[in-house]
Design a protein around this ligand. Sequence first.
Ligand code: IPM
Ligand code: MG
Length: 368
Amino acid sequence: MKKRIVVFPGDGIGPEVVGQAKKVLVRAAEMGSLALDVQEFPIGGASIDIFGVPLKEEYLKVAKRADAVLLGAVGGPKWDVVEPSIRPEQALLALRKGLKTYANLRPARPYSALLKASTLKEEVVKDVDILVVRELTGGIYFGRPRGIKDGKKGYNTLVYDRKEIERIARKAFDLAMLRKKHVTSVDKANILETSMLWREVVKEVAAGYPAIRLDHMYVDNCAMQIIRSPGQFDVILTDNMFGDILSDEASMLTGSLGMLPSASIGDKKGLFEPIHGSAPDIAGKGIANPIATIASVAMMLEYSFSRVDLSALIEEAIQEVLQDGLRTKDIDDGSGDVVSTERMGEEIVKRFEHRASQRGIGNVGKTK
Ligand code: IPM
Ligand code: MG
């Protein structure tokens, strides 16, 4: 059975980075004998320009039937003037909600070749291995009522119910069991009722995981601790908005926002996207870093298709290009050669192919 994949390149640098990630995906699938059926649709501003809406109902339906979805990024100044309910970002929220991908996994682990690219000291970032588990389909991003009243008053609603907190907590604990068994639950329970409930429910779920060490931390303190001593964290479990902010912060431990992939999973469907945005300032220049999107493909192969063999090879290929001194502009630490988006993608494919054939994957050669 072919695996159905829907690709939404999106706006800004989205199509550039997705273009490279697709090359890696197609080649990995060919060599790994994984039959794919890939369909591509516009989303975000690109879709507004054609259809007047950020995501066509029909494409959302196709995405819901797919086995996995790959997304670039959405948004840009061109669409800042559109009405809030049809902004490009709404497409992303509709997709996350529609696919019921309530758990957003954002790993932040610096590559050894890039330790110097971080703005933090090498000894602070060298042993960092954080997994941010961000709640993705609830909280202030979705709460109602919301709106702007008479141009005078803007309001949003932050709401979480027990079920939403329980399932994300369970996901975080399950993942922590495969790691260092340490969960830091991040909230603002000294001020927000949603956070008070969050803390209570997380503690209840923790009772079923006696092997896990659970800490609670206020979000302001966590933001500070991530910079002060990031090595103390294993899994960070947090809500939608705190997770958005803390994952951007954690990405800087790895040297660049352009390095962080993400997997959004629910009970089955997977949505894979880099954590970075559409970066309109550098779009079309061929200088964007495709590594976060390529690493998101690796997460797809692991989480949606259980092909750890292929995802590990992609990870190794990324490590190798970095060790060989290839850098995109955002991770230029003066130690290597600055290359284009396309060249970075091609070099990763090359190294993937080499490693795969060394391990006897894909001896049958190209299938097309
Ligand atoms: C992210 C992005 C999105 C978010 C935006 C584009 C809606 O910042 O994926 O982190 O806030 O979730
Ligand atoms: Mg974000």
